[in-house]
Design a protein around this ligand. Structure first.
Ligand code: MSP
Length: 537
């Protein structure tokens, strides 16, 4: 079973484009593995506890539960609009999750991994953590990223993080798959060095924060939000679940094949705390998850933030462009692991060029010409063949291999580029072969048949593969090619030339990628329509 999961989103504010990217990336990968015939468990959800939630709810004059319910509904609605095909929903207020967190806490305490002590120090309300001198800037101050910092003395429960230091170091050093892309490994190793002179505070006193999961052995405390949140990856995979909980069988899922997270939460949370927690819980090296760390979408080179006021609302994009252009852009214009600059003009440009013009025209022309010249029936392969057609078959096979390899490496943009290259090769082949000229001459019928067969087959294979990114467009393309059933039971690894049989009848074309018009183009069209109406009048 392929188990893919994402960070769970804070329900303190509405979703933004960064959240949408992570979900679309995970969705594309989940769909890819389903396409390969694997059984997939795709988990995503929301992180609902913590001080920020409690404070915002207080300000709004509603309960924390009401606040998180409102925000959760906005995430759920967006995932529905974007076609995120998750199999299970992780909400940290779910009683099954709470029960699992409490069982883990009890077991860690029984193993001597948790202890209580008093600590005086500086506390960041925004980050919900105590700060040390390492967090001070060159002037000795705590920077604005920590928000309000207050001095506190508090008794709390601590997890023996330092005990895991030696194991962590050797594990991360030798593991080839714990952190992807590999260049992020150094960050984790640095963080291990930095984090391990202190244990991890895993509780908050209820008098300060009550919105959390109560410690089962000390009811005056709730669990630190990160400790609670990280556990979602195992709790919703069925770890320590009660019979009849409706959760999957843990041993079938764990370890997670892919935990998709942003670079900001790699250290210390996912790269240090999480494996240390799992190891203390008794998980072996082989039972550690794989972290797929993506970069950030920035706006004009700047970090997206509420205070700058540059946060992009994915709902507005979906309203303006539709869900699939947004899905396409979010995985096309970023290299997995790296940052990118969000630019709506590039969304329009990439969609219009690669989908409306290239793939859209190829599909439209191929289907139309087959309808016009061959009554919508795929000609039987004859004697005719030529070098250009042979080359197109070879590049189609290569595109399938390259697409598959990039998708297996989680490099979605490169996979799409490989498909686009094949689409361009097909369009060049049309220009070179000029089927409309061949149709004028009866003697060229075998060559025309060869050309149309090649074009339809390439449309079908690219239309099929693009399904993990654009499920709606893919099914419309395959429907027009009447090829849905031909791909049933096929997987990309056995895909080879000749999916469409001789004599195959295709359906009529219909637009799949309507061009996104600029304001100028829209105005021109409106002007034209008005003129036409005037003339008529
Ligand atoms: N609740 C924690 C995660 C707990 S996982 C056990 C959290 N939530 S978050 O809402 O702040 O972020 C959710 C995800 O969105 C994170 O993986 C984060 O990296 C990602 N992104 C937030 N802003 C982003 C961009 N601007 N661009 C891309 N992804 C970004 O952290």
């Amino acid at each position: 079973m392929y188990y893919i999961t994402t960070a769970i989103d804070y329900t303190n504010g509405p979703p933004h484009i960064g959240h949408a990217y992570e979900k679309v990336l995970a969705d594309v990968l989940a769909r890819w593995h389903r396409m390969k015939g694997e059984e997939v468990y795709f988990l995503t959800g929301v992180d609902q506890h913590g001080q920020k939630v409690q404070q915002t709810a207080e300000k709004l004059g509603i309960t924390p539960q009401e606040h998180v319910d409102n925000i959760t509904a906005r995430f759920l609605a967006l995932w529905e609009r974007l076609g995120i095909s998750y199999d299970s929903w992780a909400a940290t207020t779910d009683p099954r999750h709470k029960a699992c967190v409490q069982k883990i806490l009890t077991s860690l305490k029984d193993k001597g991994q948790l202890y209580k002590k008093s600590y005086r120090g500086f506390y960041s309300v925004r980050q919900e953590q105590f700060l040390t001198d390492k967090e001070r800037d060159e002037n000795g101050n705590f920077g604005p990223e920590w928000g309000e910092v207050v001095e506190l003395e508090e008794e709390n429960w601590y997890f023996r993080l330092a005990d895991q230091a030696e194991w962590m170091k050797q594990f991360v050093e030798k593991s080839g798959s714990f952190v992807l892309p590999a260049f992020r490994k150094a960050e984790v190793l640095n963080a291990i060095e930095r984090s391990f002179d202190a244990d991890l505070c895993i509780s908050r006193p209820k008098e300060r924060l009550s919105w959390g999961i109560e410690l089962p052995f000390d009811p005056d405390f709730v669990t630190y939000v990160w400790f609670d949140a990280l556990i979602n990856y195992v709790s919703f995979a069925g770890y320590l679940a009660e019979p009849g909980s409706g959760l999957p069988e843990f041993s079938k899922l764990w370890p997670a094949d892919c935990e998709v997270i942003g670079k900001d939460i790699l250290v210390p949370a996912h790269g240090v705390y999480w494996p240390a927690m799992l190891h203390a819980m008794g998980f072996s090296d082989e039972e550690m998850p794989t972290l797929l760390v993506h970069g950030w979408w920035n706006i004009n080179g700047e970090k997206m933030s509420k205070s700058i006021g540059n946060v992009v609302d994915p709902n507005l994009l979906v309203e303006e462009f539709g869900p699939e252009p947004v899905r396409y852009y979010l995985v096309r214009d970023i290299t997995t692991g790296k940052d990118a600059n969000f630019d709506a003009d590039r969304l329009v440009m990439l969609y219009n060029t690669e989908l409306a013009n290239d793939l859209g025209n190829l599909r439209n022309r191929s289907i139309n010409m087959t309808r016009r010249y061959c009554e919508s029936v795929l000609p039987a392969p004859g004697e005719y063949d030529d070098d250009a057609s042979k080359a197109l078959r070879a590049t189609m096979d290569q595109a399938v291999v390259q697409f598959s390899r990039f998708m297996d490496e989680n490099m979605v943009s490169d996979a799409l580029a490989a498909l686009n290259a094949q689409v361009s090769a097909c369009n060049a082949y049309i220009e070179q072969q000029q089927p409309w000229q061949l149709a004028k001459d009866e003697a060229s019928a075998p060559r025309l048949g060869c050309v149309l067969r090649h074009l339809l087959e390439c449309c079908a294979q690219t239309g099929y593969l693009i399904g993990c990114v654009l499920p709606g467009a893919s099914s419309r393309i395959l429907e027009q090619l009447n090829a849905d059933s031909l791909f049933q039971g096929l997987t990309p690894s056995v895909l080879s030339w000749g999916v469409l049989p001789a004599g195959h009848r295709i359906n009529d074309p219909a637009p799949v990628f309507p061009r996104i018009l600029s304001e100028e183009e829209k105005a021109k069209l409106a002007e034209k329509a008005a003129k036409a109406a005037n003339k008529q009048g």
